[in-house]
Design a protein around this ligand. Sequence first.
Ligand code: ATP
Length: 305
Amino acid sequence: MSKPFLSIERMTQQFPDGQGGTLTVFEHASFGIEKGEFVCILGHSGCGKSTIMNILAGLAEPTSGVVKMDGYEVSGPSLDRGVVFQNYSLLPWLSALRNVTFGVKARYPDWPRAKVEAHAREYLAMVGLEGDVVHRKPSQLSGGMRQRVSIARAFANHPKLLLLDEPFGALDALTRGTIQEELLKIWGGTEQTVFMITHDIDEAILLADRILLMTNGPQARVAESVEINIPRPRERTTIVEDANYYAIRNHTVQFLGRRSKELAGRPAEGLDQSPATVRFENGHAVAAPARAEPESPRRLRAVNE
Ligand SMILES: Nc1ncnc2c1ncn2[C@@H]1O[C@H](COP(=O)(O)OP(=O)(O)OP(=O)(O)O)[C@@H](O)[C@H]1O
C-alpha cells in the first residue's frame, strides 16, 4: 500500500506536568492523510488537538516520532504549510490587502507587483471582500471579515497543506455558515489538503471527507476515522436527507459523549495505534477496508453500533 501524502508515524508528545512529573498527551499516534483530502479532528478540550496541529505546522517538535509530507520529514515552518488560527493572527499595521500580498510576495518573489496584487485581490474576492474594504486595517474590520482575510491569505499562498485551528470558533452562526461555504468553494477548486480542528460536529460533517475522533487526555489517541461519504457539493439544508447523515452524526455524538471517556488512557491492542476506519452505507455501519496508514498492516474491522 502506498504511503499517504501526510503521514504521522508513531508520534508521542510529553510535557512536564508542573509537579516534577511527565504528562503524556498522546503516545505512538499514527495516521495518514491523502492528497486533496479534507480532514477534521474532534476531541474534548485538552486531548492534544492543538499540539498535533503545532507539530504538523512545524511550530513544535514531538517528543518522538516523525511527520512526513510528500515523503519529506516536517521540521520547522514552511510556506508549503499554511495555518489559520482562531484569533486571525493578521498583521495589525497592514491593510487587508497588504496582509495577503505580504505572504504572496514571499511565496512568489519573482512575480511583478501588479501580479501579486491581482492575485491577492482575487482571493479576497473569493471570500467576499472587494472594493474599498480591502484597504482597511484589521482593527477596522469585523471579526468575520478578519477571519475571511486570514483564509484568503492562507489559500493565496497555495500551501500544499492548510491547517485550520478552529477557524470559525469566534464567529456568529450566520457568518460562520457563509464562510464555511466560501471555504468549501475555494477548496473544491484546488488540490489542497486541509486538516482542521473543530468542536462542531455539524461543521465537520458538512466540510470533511473524514473525521478523526480522539479519546480524552492524558494519553489520548486518535481512535477512529469516520468516513463522510456524503456526495459533494453539500449544502446545510439538504445534507440531512442523505441516508448516512444521522448515522454518522449519532456515531460521533456517542463517541464524544461516552466512548471518548471509556477509551481514555487505554492504548489500542498491540503497538498499532492507528485509527479504526468507520464507514456507513445506507445508514448502517459496514466493515471498512484498510487505509494506507503509515506502518500499519490493517485488518478488516466491523463497527458495532
Ligand atoms: N507547552 C506546554 N507545556 C505543558 N503542557 C502543555 C503544553 N502545551 C499543551 N500542554 C498540555 O497538553 C495537553 C493538550 O493540550 P492541547 O492544547 O493540545 O489540547 P486541545 O485538544 O487543543 O484543547 P482545546 O480543545 O481546549 O484547545 C493539555 O493537558 C495541555 O495542558
